[in-house]
Design a protein around this ligand. Structure first.
Ligand code: AMP
Length: 397
């Protein structure tokens, strides 16, 4: 990895501006329902404090669309962080994120003190990477640290723009994301198996194309598998189908043959009468989906085959559920894959995307996975082989 990390910079008596991902889920009363994103940022925050820095933390939360909106205030985050750090935190409830008071408070900040700014998306410039906000933010500090992987695929003022005006480094979270995923893509222990699920082929084309260059095995499941089954000439009944992607699926099947990559499609499918949990369902071979049924999960024979491939893999990258895992009757494929990945202790396992991460958490196996990516969109773009602008902007070593 060629980006500067926390260990490459001297932060003693410096004011460090840290871009965190505090985009936490809130209930209707504004209570945080899951604080993993806050707790995940603690190693970076604590390291900086222990090394004599003062901190100015910032993040976006939800989509206030460039205007101050109370329901997207970072106040609940500031309160939770205060508890987690057992330390007073200065919360700057400023509608324009940075004003004269914020500037004056930042100037007074002493080593060991922590300030948190208001939601960066209260300002319209944020998502347009506008210079005025980048300058306002950079003006508060001596150094910038990016620890928000989840927004790294976007060039915004608080990640890309701000790097123009301050020396910069990545935090521990971002460092781990790019080290583990980068290594798996560039220098994988083989066989490398990519498991790709999720609703649509359209969303995953670029990832599949990238894996056609680097993987040994590609496993396809989820809603998108029916377009591949159709491409093989099978009837898919009422299953999800992207008519306009059938030729593309044919092309992918052909390319995998040309490149000698094993492309695994489901052998059998759990079909349902309706798109709901409590409905008639049973398992059929992939080439025998009845007209008035829809495929909502992979079947037992497929689970067995996929698990065989997983068990001999040395690097496993998984993105996207293999069925409608939100409904118990159609969660078996996804849960089984999660279990088999976790049980392969020889392999480096990487799980990206909110749904697959949730599936691993649900079966209680998150701690057996080498790396669960914190960024859905960002990890997908990373797996596509794209440069992430939020990270690219950070200083090189
Ligand atoms: P994505 O956001 O593209 O990763 O897709 C995740 C969604 O795909 C989840 O909500 C799943 O319920 C859905 N999904 C997975 N398999 C199927 C299927 N066979 N039919 C319809 N939706 C599916």
């Amino acid at each position: 990895m060629n980006k500067k990390t926390l260990k490459d910079i001297d932060v003693k008596n410096k004011k460090v501006l840290v871009r965190c991902d505090f985009n936490v889920p809130l209930d209707k009363s504004g209570n945080i329902t899951d604080d993993i994103r806050i707790t995940s940022s603690l190693p970076t925050i604590k390291y900086l404090l222990n090394n004599g820095a003062s901190l100015i933390l910032m993040s976006h939360l939800g989509r206030p669309d460039g205007e101050p909106k109370k329901e997207y205030s970072l106040l609940p985050v500031a309160k939770r962080l205060e508890k987690l750090l057992d330390k007073k935190i200065i919360f700057e409830d400023c509608d324009i994120v940075v004003d004269d008071k914020v500037k004056a408070d930042a100037l007074k900040l002493q080593s060991g003190e922590v300030m948190i700014l208001q939601n960066t998306r209260y300002r319209k410039e944020e998502t347009k990477n506008g210079d005025a906000l980048s300058k306002d933010l950079a003006g508060l500090a001596d150094i910038y640290v990016n620890d928000a992987f989840g927004t790294a695929h976007r060039a915004h003022s608080s990640n890309a723009g701000v790097c123009k005006y301050l020396p910069s480094a990545v935090g521990f979270l971002v460092e781990k994301e790019i080290a583990v995923m980068g290594n798996a893509l560039e220098n994988p222990k083989r066989p490398l198996t990519a498991i790709l699920g999720g609703a649509k082929v359209a969303d995953k084309i670029a990832v599949i194309e990238n894996f056609l260059n680097i993987a040994d095995n590609i496993i396809i499941g989820g809603g998108m598998m029916y377009t591949f089954l159709k491409a093989q000439g099978y009837n898919v009944g009422k299953s999800l189908l992207e008519e306009d992607k059938i030729d593309l699926a044919k092309g992918i099947i052909q390319k995998s043959k040309d490149k000698n990559i094993n492309l695994y499609l489901p052998i059998d499918v759990v079909v349902a009468k309706e798109f709901k949990n409590d409905t008639e369902f049973y398992t059929v071979d992939s080439d025998s989906i009845p007209d008035d049924f829809m495929g909502l999960d992979i079947g037992e024979k497929t689970i067995e085959k996929f698990c065989e491939v997983i068990s001999i893999s040395k690097t496993i990258i998984w993105n996207g559920p293999l069925g409608v895992f939100e409904m118990d009757n159609f969660a078996k494929g996804t849960n089984s894959i999660a279990e088999f990945i976790a049980n392969n202790k020889e392999a480096i396992s990487i799980v990206g995307g909110g749904d697959s991460a949730a599936a691993v958490e649900k079966v209680g196996l998150a701690d057996k996975i080498t790396h669960i990516s914190t960024g859905g969109g960002a990890s997908l773009e990373f797996l596509e082989g794209k440069v992430l602008p939020g990270i690219d902007a950070v200083d090189n070593k």
